[in-house]
Design a protein around this ligand. Sequence first.
Ligand SMILES: Cc1ncc(COP(=O)(O)O)c(C=O)c1O
Length: 390
Amino acid sequence: MADPFVLPPYPYDRLDVLKARASSVGGGLVDCSIGTPCDPMPEVVVWAMAQSADAGIGYPPSIGSLGLREAACGWMLRRLGVEVAPDQVTSCVGTKEAVASLPQYLRLRDRSRDTVLSPEVAYPTYAMGATLAGCRSVPVPVDAEWHLDLDRVSDEDAERALLLWINEPSNPTGSVASNEWYAKAVDWARRRGIIVASDECYAEFVADQPRSSALNAGTDGVLAVHSLSKRSNMAGMRVGFMAGDEGLIHYLGEVRKHAGLMIPGPIQAAAAVALADDDHVDEQLARYAERRALWIDWLDRSDLVHDGGPGTFYLWIRSRDETSAIPVRGVADEHIRAWELAARFAETGTLVAPGDLYGERQAHHVRVALVQPLERLSLALERMTTTLRR
Ligand SMILES: Cc1ncc(COP(=O)(O)O)c(C=O)c1O
């Protein structure tokens, strides 16, 4: 009998020991390890949900109500300059579910290709989705600005590639791609018959530069993946959508109908209201930008540095005297620089995520999610000032 499939430990479960240590520090835990929002849901959204209880009586549409899909189209046009029709949109039960299942559904449609390309430093679910589909997951090297370096994909991997994941603004590095960059990446994939899935769930959390989307390069063979989790602090509501190539969206919508994947009706109604409102997102962006500025100012005076991009949701931090990506193989966690650094943070009550949770070569960085209120982040920095500079 073949070896049974064994899942690796869930990335954040590996933080349990550090979490216990950080929680025991006076003043309590400041948890910057997971990108889960802590700020309030917009009032208009709470109100819409309360008014929409009747939408919970019957089964909701798997692809999303017309109202939700129209609101998604309106939002993409307003905020990203992208024009798509409602039949080029299908909803998903939060985007993690879509990210994890997309390779499986696309592979059923095209058995001739078995490889999923994703950034070598990335949200781990891209690789897990490939594994769950029985596909090969191939990490794509990134350049000095943390963007995909597609010239370094081998011809064989490109020929076998079913799907290319892009994630800008990036989790964990905060890199932000321009529309020009997307155009080149999409062109590279189209010439090789590779579907592009562009995970844009942080699209609005960029300061001082234009928002962008892969769909500005056209919808042919491209899917953009969007979430209400971060945009509208609705992570617990589980609502997102995919938009782009009409044929692919139709196919995915049909799969989702058969699989019974549905967002509850009242949540669909609330998400439509959220997508029609930008004010709460601008307020949220200002919060992240303020928290980021506080940390950047502190880092400037420390022996640590953020060497990721300008995205406002995450900081990607390493010691100033380290180079950024050195492979560490077969070394116990506690000897990896990222874990040493995470342990130093934990000693002062702050939990951050070691870089190797986002790719095995990312052994020198830690990721900080700027999700805690300013006063908690200030406390974290005060407590670190004494210890980290030792
Ligand atoms: C890059 C990226 N994609 C997708 C997700 C999943 O978000 P959700 O399932 O809440 O829509 C996350 C969550 O942290 C993420 O960072």
